[in-house]
Ligand binder design. Structure first.
Ligand code: NAD
Length: 258
């Protein structure tokens, strides 16, 4: 049990990476605070954990809302007595997010509010709780696009994930002596609803696939395994990283000189 006696809060726990991580963390002994805006699916995540004799609660929290982020942390501490792990994972990739000329300001602001401000708020209210617990681990979901441009444009998304990575590095440095580790999980392109909706034609899928050395999209459960490592004491000397779980896509772009 790699997360025995730990309490972990996961945003975006109703679907994809967040849901798989909630199930895995609970199976590894954590008490899980599953949060999302999709209440029905979030409650399903909790029922599925309970069906396996795990411990979990569901808390409705829109990560773009400050009051919701404060309250999700309060609920974690009031229910389970402490908070050891925060997985700031909720994010969107809007279908109308395109290049700089065609993307509307509304789409830009919505994407930033959820993907970037949401991570900031999770840290703002989560860090004091981790400190009260004597330290802990924060995992912020960025993306491979934080490290390189994507051929299919998604300007707001890419910028938001670059912000998540930069913020993660600074948080890691500032809080290192408090026994708080902060890492960015950088998934490659995944076989999840979020990306498949965005790459909505076979041609778009193939354009992305051709760049992935392993020759396939990743699976949400493969991201959950990486999150487990970063959450657990097995990664006790790992902080400030852009932890890439990307089928080799970022290395495929590295030039010999870089
Ligand atoms: P997903 O759509 O399956 O899950 C995202 C979850 O976030 C959903 O349950 C959704 O309801 C929730 N959510 C959306 N807006 C929210 C808000 N305002 N407040 C709280 N929850 C909200 O997608 P996923 O693929 O599991 O994505 C999880 C994270 O991984 C995201 O940050 C995404 O950007 C990132 N990511 C995904 C891929 C990919 O290829 N799928 C690649 C790199 C990074």
């Amino acid at each position: 049990m790699r997360l025995k006696d730990k309490v972990a809060l996961i945003t975006g726990a109703s679907s994809g990476i967040g849901r798989h991580t909630a199930l895995l963390f609970a199976a590894e002994g954590a008490s899980v605070v599953a949060t999302d805006i999709d209440d029905e699916a979030g409650k399903q995540t909790v029922s599925d954990i309970e069906a396996e004799d795990g411990r979990a609660i569901y808390v409705h929290a829109d990560v773009a809302q400050e009051a919701d982020c404060r309250q999700m942390v309060e609920q974690a501490e009031s229910t389970f007595g402490k908070l050891n792990v925060i997985f700031n994972n909720a994010g969107i990739m809007h279908p109308q997010d395109d290049n700089a000329e065609t993307t509307s300001l509304d789409i830009w602001e919505l994407t930033m509010a959820i993907n970037l401000k949401g991570v900031f708020l999770g840290c703002k209210y989560g860090i004091p709780a981790l400190r009260r617990a004597g330290g802990g681990s924060i995992i912020n979901t960025a993306s491979f696009v934080a490290l390189m441009g994507a051929a299919t444009p998604q300007i707001a998304y890419t910028a938001s994930k670059g912000g998540v990575l930069a913020m993660t590095r600074e948080l890691a440095i500032v809080h290192a002596r408090e026994n708080i580790r902060v890492n960015a999980l950088c998934p490659g392109p995944l076989h999840t609803e979020l990306l498949m909706k965005f790459l909505d034609t076979e041609a778009k899928k193939q354009r992305r696939l051709v760049h992935i050395p392993v020759g396939r999209f990743g699976e949400a459960k493969e991201m959950a395994e990486a999150a487990l490592f970063l959450a657990s004491d097995a990664s006790s000397y790992v902080t400030g990283t852009d932890f890439r779980v990307d089928g080799g896509i970022t290395s495929a772009y590295v030039t010999p000189e870089s």
